[in-house]
Design a binder for this molecule. Structure first.
Ligand code: DON
Length: 628
């Protein structure tokens, strides 16, 4: 989408790029409202009267840093009252919630922005979005001097906008010269000790904050920074503490649009703030920020085109933040048991049979999205309902985008409750939720049960842990020894002792030390291996560099067998997990078996095919389960 500078924000050359429906929609929206002629440019601050009523820009910034813009999105104007929520956040940051609430309320006035709405006895401004509250908030910004305080405001605003902002001196002068009503408000606040020093100091700071020059793109990024929990989506820099964002958005929701707040919430439903220079900023928490700029204002001092654009956006994209989220039902992406999906450790037939019988005792919950209360409640209810049969529940957090603090408490109690019955809850997290796991550990440690926290980097490891513990708990038979004779190898099933001896004479016994690479991906496949002692793992490296285990094999199993079938190149690395002994069967020897020992070859092939069909059966079952 070309803005006045004819290039997309991401600098893509337009040629050959598929039309983006969002961009096309915003173009249509801009065309629709550009025709709007209602409203008057503000004149009570003379410098503002110079604005061109045709200026009109719309910008949307997502919390992952994508920016859509149309129209005059790079036209500078002064931020005016849109500065108020950001300075309120700064006051909360600098003096703390209690000190701010002592001076400024959070109640909507239902009156105009410049109403002298002070609480009768205390003189406390009703909220920080009206001028009185904004001046009080400015007086609480930290700094050793007025210049220092303004510098603090400017640098924090620049963090929100993701670029260095400047003061519009002409507007500042103009406002300062004509700000008599605000001065009256300032003196009222001084009269009630809401501001304690000469009121001119916070007043001047207020005039300066209102005169900071921004453009529509800046507004959308400032809004997206709030939507992103205080972190600028483009720069990754934090502009305000996560915990304070909800307080800022709360007063924007109830008071941001003054005596239009009720209708705004009803029709648009986004925390927002408008300014008399024609800016409107709106926030959809967790998703995006909107910036609209158009100087003509309605009687309440809100941009006419700004309101109309936000109404259409909210209606057309269902942006109302009170819209019932459907997330609770869709957070469990998949749920299955160890019967359907197993670890990549290849099991002996005896172990396989045991695990197939015990598999229902382990349930895996593949979660996705934000784990907020409604979501975690639904997940915990499913686990508790299944618990009579359960020994272990695995919660896979790899597709989870955020874990709400409420989930920590609930999951900690679930873990403690489960543990009391010898059951366990395991977490799979590839490093995306360190804060959640740390807080969970803290809660368990507080209950002297920190050892109950089991977290794994990948699901495979968690599945294997459960399998090993289920097998160990059955203790029906001791685990098979870690070395076998060739005659007991799975590929030798059905071969006579003579045949095994004949085969052994053709094989080459090889040993490998722990960590040694036995097969390298891409090498020519010239032999297969019959594993008789120790364990090996089959590993591939993904394009991301992450190593993934495809399987772990133990004595009695074979690897590299594709060599004798397709004579191609190795498709994965095979590494010795410990000291390993195996018999190598070269493709030359295998081929010669046609003449020398056709019966042995037939038996080997039958056993090989038997293995392949078992693997395929399991794989089909797992793919079916995971595709659900
Ligand atoms: O104090 C004033 O009057 C201006 N600096 C700001 C007012 C304003 O932006 C009201 N918003 N709609």
């Amino acid at each position: 989408m070309s803005n006045r500078r004819g290039q997309t924000d991401s600098g893509d050359s337009i040629a050959g790029r598929a039309p983006c429906p969002i961009e096309a929609y915003l173009e249509r929206l801009h065309r629709k409202h550009a025709a709007e002629i209602g409203g008057e440019v503000a004149t009570y601050i003379p410098e503002l009267a110079k604005a061109n009523p045709e200026w009109f820009g719309i910008c949307i910034a997502t919390t992952d840093g994508k920016i859509y813009e149309v129209g005059d999105t790079r036209q500078s104007f002064t931020i005016q009252s849109i500065s108020k929520p950001f300075v309120y956040g700064l006051a909360l940051e600098d003096v703390g919630r209690d000190a701010v609430l002592a001076k400024i309320g959070v109640e909507p006035t239902g009156e105009a922005f410049n109403s002298i709405s002070l609480a009768p006895n205390t003189g406390r401004p009703l909220n920080p979005m009206i001028n009185a509250g904004a001046i009080a908030a400015a007086s609480q910004v930290a700094g050793h001097s007025p210049g220092d305080r303004f510098h603090r405001i400017l640098s924090v605003f620049s963090l929100y906008a993701g670029r260095q902002l400047e003061l519009d001196a002409a507007v500042y002068e103009s406002e300062s010269e004509t700000g008599h009503r605000n001065r009256a408000i300032g003196h009222m606040l001084r009269n009630f000790d809401i501001v304690t020093g000469p009121p001119e100091v916070p007043l001047d700071l207020y005039f300066r904050q209102c005169s900071i020059s921004v453009d529509c793109r800046d507004l959308s990024l400032m809004a997206a920074t709030l939507a992103n929990g205080g972190v600028n989506p483009l720069t990754g820099e934090r502009a305000v503490r996560h915990q304070l964002v909800e307080s800022v958005l709360s007063v924007m929701t109830t008071c941001g649009m003054y005596d239009y707040a009720g209708e705004w919430l009803y029709w648009v439903g986004l925390p927002a703030k408008s300014g008399v220079a024609g800016g409107v900023l709106a926030v959809l928490p967790g998703q995006l920020g909107i910036g609209v700029f158009s100087p003509p204002l309605d009687a309440r001092g809100n941009s006419v085109r700004g309101l109309a654009v936000c109404k259409d956006l909210s209606r057309d994209f269902n942006l109302h933040f009170l819209r019932v989220p459907r997330s609770a039902r869709s957070a469990v992406r998949a749920e299955y048991t160890l019967t359907a999906v197993s670890s990549k450790r290849r099991r002996t037939e005896r172990e396989r049979a045991l695990l197939d019988a015990l598999g229902e005792r382990v349930r895996i919950y593949d979660l996705q999205g934000d784990l907020v209360f409604a979501v975690i409640e639904a997940v915990v209810r499913r686990i508790v309902d299944a618990s009579p049969l359960l020994r272990y529940a695995i919660l896979d957090l790899q597709r989870v985008t955020d874990v709400d603090d409420s989930a920590v408490a609930i999951l900690a109690d679930l873990l403690l409750g489960f543990g009391a019955y010898g059951r366990g809850i395991l977490f799979v997290d590839s490093g995306n939720h360190p804060r959640f796991l740390r807080r969970l550990e803290e809660r368990l440690a507080a209950a002297q049960c920190h050892e109950r926290l089991r977290a794994f980097r990948d699901r495979d490891a968690a599945l294997e842990w459960c399998e090993n513990h289920l097998l160990a708990q059955t203790e029906l038979e001791p685990r098979p020894t870690n070395s076998i004779a060739l005659a007991d190898h799975g590929l030798c099933r059905g071969l006579s002792a003579e045949s095994v001896a004949a085969l052994e004479s053709l094989l080459v016994h090889e040993t490998f030390s722990a960590g040694e690479l036995i097969i390298r991906r891409g090498d020519a496949a010239d032999r297969m291996y019959l594993l008789v002692s120790g364990e090996v793992s089959v590993i591939v490296q993904l394009q991301t560099g992450r190593l993934v285990r495809l399987s772990t094999l133990s004595p009695g199993m074979a690897f590299g067998e594709l060599a004798v079938i397709d004579r191609g190149r190795r498709t994965a690395d095979v590494r010795a997990d410990g000291k390993v002994g195996c018999y190598a069967l070269s493709v030359e020897v295998f081929d010669r078996l046609d003449e020398t020992h056709p019966a042995i070859k037939m038996r080997l092939l039958q056993n090989l095919l038997g293995n392949v069909s078992q693997m395929l059966t399991r794989l089909n079952q797992e793919v079916t389960t995971l595709a659900m």
